[in-house]
Ligand binder design. Structure first.
Ligand code: GLN
Length: 490
């Protein structure tokens, strides 16, 4: 039998439907690999051995009975552990939710199951998705499969490591400021941060609601597109979700795709970029140009303020969203650190102090500060205005009436994967990893991260990726150019 763990999700679904192999065999192959290797990588917080086998058997039975099982028939998926599943623990990588068990399936999980997917388990993340390395998880360490002395990136580091290590062909992540894009680049996999509103967040533990999106992580652009097709769409349970047309990949000819004009923002040419990233980006651009794609320089004058804006707006939303976690509800703090007090207020102070890690506490404090009376206008209201300027920069760059570009080509991060501990002592250094991703979220745009190849870094080699940023609701342009790139010989 072919090596099932090396197949794409599309090949798996085809093979399962044609009964070349069973969903159960596929599930066993991935579970076996997880069992053998995840002790070293640490991608999963929980593996659903029994439930995944049962789901796979259900798919095989339905295929045996001649039923149509959906586009992801028998495809194993890893799910970031800030997405709720009925009957499964959902921790968000935090001690405060360590014992919380979901009572319903998030819309994305329901859609995956309805499409025939098999959910293998829940993956590690920075606590409440706050971080760029997965080192802020309170529940475990995840290593980069390409070099286990380095971080996988974050906050969806468990999901990207799982795909890179062939523990699952596809995974779900969430992205508030690069948490799909950055770890995808660090782990050498494909990641889509969809347009704001493209995918329902019902069942996603909210971090910053005006920025959060759920998106697919995969080994190929085609697989990311296949999962996106399944999870996208309007959902009555998420008022921000919308429906819109999405062309099939096969509807665009290579000639049409080559005709798309690609913009390169002048402002992203910053000092201090790692040589490997510069090399990778130059190689990717040359490959596009050899295919006939035209590049042109553009300007996004306000993007330099993106990180400052993000670190006002995001903590403000975090402080509101996380107010519900008091360390008593949602499983509570049940171990021997449970505080004793006869005063409810004091109890909450103590349980929240124990339950939240230092990064989460820092952001709640910052958020409470920028929203407090007297500071609201000085910080929060001003940041909202600059956010608008950033979104307007992109709108101008993409404006067809003004001869705008179709897609923007950009780095994902200034460096490849860094070493454990390199940035944990300096929060600002960690925050600066997001200088090329934050603006995409502030403007609500889609971004597809595509790996180039590995480049020499120190004594080893590490993956480098680039991102294609698109117009709102135009994921099809990103998938089109992404597959054109992926399919080209060199
Ligand atoms: N690095 C970002 C942060 O720490 C990532 C947030 C995200 O996208 N979930 O806030």
């Amino acid at each position: 039998m072919r090596d099932l763990i090396n197949l794409t999700a599309e090949e798996i679904a085809r093979g399962v439907c044609e009964r070349s192999f069973s969903a159960r065999e596929v599930t066993e192959a991935f579970l076996g690999r997880i069992r053998a290797m995840d002790g070293e990588i640490g991608a999963f917080l929980a593996v659903r051995d029994g439930a995944a086998r049962a789901e796979a058997d259900g798919i095989d039975r339905r295929i045996g009975a001649g039923s149509d099982v959906g586009p992801l028939a028998g495809v194993p998926v890893a799910v970031k552990d800030n997405i709720v599943m009925s009957g499964e623990r959902v921790t968000a990588g935090s001690r405060i939710l360590e014992h919380y068990v979901g009572s319903y399936d998030a819309t994305v999980v329901k859609k995956l199951k309805d499409a025939g997917a098999v959910i293998l388990g829940k993956t590690n993340l920075d606590e409440f998705a706050m971080g760029s390395s997965t080192e802020h998880s309170a529940l475990g360490v995840t290593k980069n499969p390409h070099d286990t002395t380095r971080v996988p990136g974050g906050s969806s580091g468990g999901s990207t490591a799982a795909v890179a290590a062939h523990f699952a062909p596809v995974a779900l992540g969430s992205d508030t400021s690069g948490s799909i894009s950055l770890p995808s680049a660090f782990c050498g996999v494909v990641g889509l941060r969809p347009t704001y509103g493209a995918v329902s967040r019902f069942g996603l533990i909210a971090m910053a609601s005006s920025l959060d999106q759920i998106g697919p992580i995969a080994g190929t652009v085609g697989d990311a597109a296949a999962v996106f097709r399944v999870i996208r769409g309007a959902d009555p349970s998420d008022a921000t979700s919308v429906e819109y047309g999405l062309e099939e990949l096969s509807e665009r000819t290579p000639e049409e795709l080559v005709g798309l004009v690609v913009g390169v923002p002048r402002e992203f040419n910053v000092p201090g970029m790692d040589p490997a990233v510069i090399q990778g980006l130059a190689a990717a651009r040359k490959r596009f140009e050899r295919l006939g794609v035209r590049f042109t320089e553009i300007s996004l004058p306000h993007v330099q303020h993106a990180l400052a804006v993000y670190y006002v707006l995001m903590p403000a939303e975090v402080s509101a969203n996380l107010a519900r976690f008091d360390g008593v509800r949602y499983g509570g703090i049940t171990d021997n650190r449970q505080p004793t007090t006869d005063n409810l207020h004091d109890l909450y102070l103590k349980t929240r102090g124990i339950g939240f890690g230092p990064e989460v506490r820092r952001r709640i404090l910052l958020g409470t500060f920028v929203l407090s009376s007297g500071y609201y206008d000085a910080y929060y209201a001003k940041a909202e205005k600059v956010r608008r300027l950033i979104a307007d920069d992109f709108a101008r760059a993409f404006d067809p009436a003004g001869g705008g570009v179709d897609v923007i080509f950009a780095p994902v991060t200034p460096t490849p994967a860094f070493r454990f501990g390199e940035k944990t002592a300096d929060p600002l250094a960690m925050y600066l990893s997001d200088i090329f991703t934050t603006q995409v979220n502030l403007a609500g745009l889609p971004s597809l991260t595509v790996p180039v190849k590995k480049y020499a870094v120190g004594s080893g080699e590490l993956p480098v990726g680039f991102q294609l940023i698109g117009r709102k609701f135009r994921e099809q342009d990103l998938f089109g150019l992404g597959t054109l790139y992926e399919d080209s010989p060199c």
